[in-house]
Write a protein that binds this ligand. Sequence first.
Ligand code: ASP
Ligand code: MG
Length: 417
Amino acid sequence: MPRIIQKYGGSSVANIELIRAVARRAVAAKREGADVVVVLSAMRGETDRLIGLANEACPDPDPRELDSLLSTGEQTSVALFALACQALGEKVKSFLGHQAGIKTDDVHGKARILEINPARLKTELAKGRVCVVAGFQGQDRHGDVTTLGRGGSDTTAVALAVALEADVCEIYTDVEGIYTTDPHVCDSAQKMDKICYEEMLEMSSLGAKVMEIRSVELAMNYGVRIHVRHAHSQSTGTIICEEDADMERTPVRGVTHSVNEARITLLKVPDHPGVAATILSIVAKAGIIVDMIIQNHSEPPGTDAGGEGLWTDFSFTVPAADYENALDLMRAAGREIGAAEVLGDNNIAKVSIVGVGMRNHAGVATVMFQALAKEGINLSMISTSEIKISCVIEKKYAELAVRALHGAFKLGGPIHG
Ligand code: ASP
Ligand code: MG
C-alpha cells in the first residue's frame, strides 16, 4: 500500500470551505488505497496575527511562551481538518507535534527535529485512519512545545516522510509548481516538471519562495521525493528529486532575483593576513549572515609604491534587514583597522541563474553578462558556484534583468522562444 505525506500550506486551509476541499483530496487518496498522513500549516495569516498579539502583550515576548502561542495556529487547522474528514465519513485522528512523536532540541522559535517516534501514527494508519499532524511544532526534552521557524511545516512533512518511509511527500500550495522564474515578473515563466535537489536549494536560497530551504536539504539528505502541487487544481506540479540526464542537457534551468540585500564596502584597508577574518568575525558575532564577498588589491592610479599587499578593497553583502547594523559595525571597525572609507549601498538587487548543467557547459557566464550588458545593466559584484552565477546590480533593473536572462537562456519554452 503506498504511503503518502500530504502537506497543505496556510493559503490552502485559509477558511472552512478550503479545508473541506483539501479534506476531500486527502480522503480521495485514502480511498484509492494509500496510507495518508496530512501535515498542515496554520490558516493563512494566523501565525502573523499571533505574533502581533504577542508583541502587543509584551514588547519582547519570551520565546517559550511565544512557541506555546504560535503552535495553536496549527492546532486549530488539524482539528478542523479532522472534523471535515469526519463529515465526509472518514476515520481520522489529529495529532499535535508531541503526539506524533516529534522530538526537537530546546531552541525555541527555531528548533531542530532530533528524532521522530512514529509508533502512534503507524498504529493509527494500520487501523485505517487518516492521520493529520500539526506542522511546524515539536516537543523538547523538558516536555515543552517548540516551533521550527517560519515555513517549518515543510520540514515537518519531509521529516515525517523519512520516519514513515513514505513513497512521496506532496507539498500542496497556491501555485502550480516550481517555475523557471517568478511568473509575476516574467509572463513567459514556465512550470518545470522536474527539478533536482541542488537546483531547488539554490533557487530557494536565491529568492524562490515556494519551499522552505531546510526541508529541501532534509529531502536531499534522505532521498525523499517531493511533489509540489496546487492544492485546488489537478495539474501535475513539479517533482523535486535526484539529478537526471535531462536536467544536465540544459545549462540554465531557472532565474531568480532578490532585492533583500545590501552591500558594505571597506575601501583601502591595509592588506595583511587576517584582515578578512577580522572584518567577517565582527559581522558573524552580530549574528549577521554574509552572502557574497569580494576582495581586491587596490592601487590608486599614479602610485608607484607598487606591489601587491599594500591595500585591499573589501565588499560583502548582508540581508537588507541587517544593513544599518552591519554598516555601523563596519564604520567602527574601519576606523580600527585603518580603512580609508566605509560605504554602504542598499539600493541593490541580486539576479542569479541556476542549473546543474552549467557544470559541463562552457560560456554560460558570457551569455549572462552579454544579456545584461545589452540592457545597459552594470554589474557591481559577481559570484559563481558550480551550478549558479549571481550578479549584483542596481535595484531598479532587477525585473528587467530577470526577463533578459530568461529570454537569453530560452527558458520561455517553445511558444515564447
Ligand atoms: N505557520 C508557520 C508559518 O507561518 C509554519 C508554516 O506555515 O509552515 O511560518
Ligand atoms: Mg510555506
